[in-house]
Design a protein around this ligand. Structure first.
Ligand SMILES: [Zn+2]
Ligand SMILES: [Zn+2]
Length: 264
């Protein structure tokens, strides 16, 4: 069982309407020891959505942390939408807050969100997924202030590719993984894939195994829950998925430093 959910959203993220205390209460009721809120901060998102009022968020988190003191640990995180063009602004932003944990994620590829059908409609499945991975490599070549890369093959969720095989993208994903290893960064196991009926958690088990083979040591586990009922989604399965890929430990970040916890 995994007892720390390190990827969650509350109403500070514009795609969630759940009060922060409900997220924390759900985590406590599910028996977690640690929860990290990782609200969205996506600069340059079309329409200006996903800009986080970080001061307000931090203040509310302090209030909720007090409310649950002695019951569950509450950590201060952020999920940053990365693009190579944003690097200077991301450095400036992250230096202004004492985050426990920073997830770097790709939500936009060349300014377009793969969530919307236009993305794969224009590029097709194969090139859409390839371009998504290429953009990750570009992001981490110019920006390094994050702890783990989020939902590594997230775009696949929105493609119509029924037969996605990570082996088809191995050249580019190996480059990403090797670069992350050289930077001392980790990845996350994101169980939202199971929630959305993909049948697997991000990254795909073959890609997760490849991360292990190429030397990624740090893996956090997150539900990517935007509602109370999604917190710790399939965390029993998550432990088994990690073990099957060769991992014996998952990581919990505090003040940007990983602690390794044995998977029981
Ligand atoms: Zn995300
Ligand atoms: Zn998220």
């Amino acid at each position: 069982m995994i007892t720390a959910d390190l990827h969650t959203h509350s109403f500070f993220s514009s795609d969630s309407s759940e009060p922060t205390e409900n997220i924390v209460r759900a985590a406590y009721e599910r028996g977690l020891k640690t929860i990290c809120l990782t609200e969205h901060m996506d600069f340059d998102y079309p329409g200006g959505e996903f800009i986080l009022d970080t001061d307000k968020y931090r203040a509310e988190l302090a209030r909720v942390r007090d409310m649950f003191a002695g019951k569950i640990e509450v950590l201060f995180g952020v999920e940053l939408g990365l693009m190579d063009t944003l690097a200077p602004r991301l450095y400036e932003y992250t230096s202004g807050f004492d985050f426990d944990f920073i997830i770097g994620s790709s939500h936009l590829v060349d300014g377009a969100d793969p969530y919307y059908p236009e993305y794969f409609g224009k590029l097709g499945d194969r090139n859409g997924i390839l371009r998504y991975f290429e953009s990750i490599l570009a992001n981490i070549s110019v920006y390094d202030n994050f702890d783990v890369y989020g939902h590594l093959d997230y775009a696949v969720r929105y493609s119509r590719a029924k037969n996605y095989s990570p082996a088809d993208y191995r050249d580019i994903t190996d480059e990403i993984i090797k670069k992350l290893v050289s930077m001392g960064k980790g990845i996350e196991l994101n169980t939202a894939g199971l929630k959305y009926g993909l049948g697997w958690a991000h990254p795909h088990p073959d890609l997760l195994r490849r991360c292990r083979e190429l030397g990624i040591e740090i893996v956090t586990v997150g539900s990517d829950g935007h509602k109370a009922e999604h917190i710790a989604w399939e965390f029993e399965a998550a432990g088994e998925i990690l073990k099957a890929a060769g991992y014996e430990y998952y990581a919990v970040f505090r003040e940007r430093k990983p602690e390794f916890v044995k998977i029981t």
